[in-house]
Design a protein around this ligand. Structure first.
Ligand SMILES: [Cu+2]
Length: 69
């Protein structure tokens, strides 16, 4: 399934790469696309993907992530 997260607080491509890496590390994710301009992260995920875990991990880095439909 597709997932979209609103991610506030990214200021440059390093932030984008960081968020990308965090999502990538979580099980079941693929086709990750993080946009600085749109302030969002779109990716495919599986049943076992821990979306709340991804959100917390992103927030731990000082960004502000929230689930979006
Ligand atoms: Cu940055």
């Amino acid at each position: 399934m597709k997932k979209k997260l609103k991610v506030e607080g990214m200021t440059c491509q390093k932030c984008v790469a960081r968020v990308n890496k965090i999502i990538e590390k979580h099980e079941g994710t693929s086709d990750i696309c993080v946009s600085l301009q749109d302030k969002e992260a779109v990716f495919s995920c599986a049943e076992e993907t821990d979306i709340q875990g991804i959100i917390s991990a992103i927030n731990d880095f000082g960004f502000n992530a929230a689930e979006q439909n």
